[in-house]
Design a binder for this molecule. Structure first.
Ligand SMILES: *Cc1c(COP(=O)(O)O)cnc(C)c1O
Length: 501
């Protein structure tokens, strides 16, 4: 299996190289030359545990890794860092199955891919034999940053620099990042929003002069953002695993199709579900759930992608995104894998802030449905499900859950449904409490954001009868290690200073 860029027909490269480069030199994203079929039947998959499923699904994508190498990566990633043997438990609540992707070290779904990416990268570095050190440059809307820091901290031959929007992450998310340990880690608050961080990082990748300076210092950039194929591939695994679990437990019958609802930001998680369906997993609909930054909803409804609109800060910050990078990979598929046409769309997006696909392309989107939920609707969903079933979900998952309810009402579609549950509610405890116990807000009374967030986790634990995760408890006493800030225009300079170029 080889990987080529969405934007040019230059020679295809092996997976290990695509993982190291992160993004193609022409600014495009790496895509597999073809999407492989499922390696065995869903019935056979149903007998596998998470690690075995990961091997079976990842092998046909990462063919230049040996089986032993892949096994070592998988063993190193999906181990006791996860607080449950199942790795991704499935909670049946009302008539839906919540696929809990937040049982890793940073309690968000980013751990699913970022706990394995460093292992894949170090294996790839050994293969490349260039002896260069890899510098991971990452923009985060809150969860990626911490998961990447946690994954790469202390990994020999790597350094990691994370840029986050200074006022665009939750107090717990910020504290998780600024207390990160490891001499190879740097965390920088940017005076801007997530899109500013992401375009700053992309500009650094594309900067030739900076690239030459890096080369001279024996360094090369790579990305831990969801544009890296080394993140996308591990994300396919849990959809297949969840389907096989439903089959094993007799919740669905052989060959029965399911719907999958994904709370979406950068379009990485749902793209992985799409790849799973293309591999042959029986999927009826993929519901792409957006918050009030509903660019994707509009895209699925009209065929026009238009980023020219106000950026809205919501209580599902990891979905506050107007440029969903991974959509480029879908666009590429819709053009019939035409790099020139894909480039044109991306140029239009860069230049004019919008583009429109034609009807022939829209036809190929049959499997997708877009939906969105306002902040109020998702809070009501949190409240309703907690009152009715005692199940507490986070603010991102709530967007998906609300979109699912509305879709069922509207269409009468009774297909069994998996809802990707992307973060622990403890990560966003203040927002959860506003939903389930509105009067609680009075307790705040001049308390600082972080102290308030901790108080909320305790109250949430009391109300829900669930334990505060270790990942949150240990933050209370962890010292702040990162105090760097920069303006949006200073990201390159900041990188040069950190790397002493
Ligand atoms: C990153 C993230 C999302 C969005 O996922 P994408 O792959 O960017 O679409 C949703 N929820 C949470 C909690 C996240 O961290």
């Amino acid at each position: 299996m080889r990987y080529k860029s969405t934007r040019s027909d230059r020679q295809a490269i092996p997976a290990s190289q695509a993982i190291l480069e992160g993004i193609a030199p022409d600014g495009g994203l790496f895509v597999p030359e073809s999407i492989p079929p499922l390696p065995c039947s869903p019935e056979e998959l149903a007998a596998m545990d998470y690690r075995q499923t990961a091997l079976a699904i990842m092998q046909p994508y990462l063919t230049d890794f040996t089986k032993e190498e892949l096994e070592a990566c998988i063993e190193g990633a999906y181990d006791a860092k996860f607080d449950t043997e199942e790795i991704v438990p499935l909670a049946k609540v009302e008539d839906a199955y919540y696929l809990e992707l937040f049982h890793g070290p940073t309690i968000a779904f980013k751990d699913m891919a970022l706990s394995i990416l460093p292992h894949l990268m170090t294996a790839a570095m050994k293969k490349s034999g260039t002896g260069k050190e890899t510098v991971i440059l990452t923009a985060t809307s809150g969860d990626t940053g911490k998961a990447a820091l946690e994954g790469f901290a202390g990994v020999p031959g790597t350094r990691i620099i994370v840029f986050y929007p200074k006022d665009g992450v939750s107090a717990i998310q910020r504290q998780q990042m600024v207390t990160q340990q490891g001499d190879n880690t740097w965390v920088v608050g940017v005076d801007g929003n997530f899109d500013d961080c992401q375009s700053g990082v992309k500009a650094n990748f594309a900067d030739r002069e900076l690239g030459q300076k890096m080369e001279g210092a024996g360094l090369s950039f790579s990305s831990a953002n969801s544009i890296n194929i080394g993140r996308l591939v591990p994300q396919i695994v849990y959809y297949v695993y969840a389907y096989a679990r439903l089959l094993r437990e007799g919740e669905i019958e052989k060959g029965e199709a399911v719907n999958i609802v994904v709370p979406t930001g950068n379009f990485g998680n749902i793209l992985a579900a799409y790849y799973a369906s293309r591999m042959g997993l029986p999927v009826h609909r993929l519901l792409c759930a957006s918050n009030e930054n509903k660019v994707l909803y509009d895209f699925f409804a009209t065929g026009a992608y238009d980023r020219r609109r106000p950026f809205i800060l919501t209580d599902s910050p990891s979905m506050d995104i107007l440029v969903s990078s991974n959509l480029e990979r879908l666009i590429y598929e819709l053009t019939g894998c035409d790099p020139d046409q894909t480039s044109l769309f991306m140029q239009e997006l860069g230049r004019d802030g919008n583009y429109r696909i034609d009807d022939a392309m829209r036809k190929k989107l049959e499997i997708f449905r877009g939906g969105f939920a306002s902040q109020q609707e998702s809070r009501q969903e949190i409240e309703r499900v907690f009152q009715d079933c005692g199940y507490v979900m986070d603010t991102h998952t709530a967007v998906a859950s609300a979109v699912y309810r509305a879709y069922r009402l509207e269409t009468g579609d009774r297909t069994k449904t998996l809802i990707a549950s992307t973060a622990s509610p403890y990560k966003f405890a203040p927002s959860i409490l506003q939903a389930i116990e509105p009067g609680w807000e009075r307790e705040k009374d001049g308390m600082e954001e972080l102290a308030w967030a901790f108080a909320c986790t305790e109250e949430l634990s009391r109300l829900s009868g669930t334990e505060i995760p270790e990942a949150v408890r240990k933050l209370k006493t962890a010292p702040v290690r990162h105090k760097l800030f920069c303006e949006t225009g200073e990201m390159r300079q900041t990188v040069e200073e950190i790397l002493k170029l």
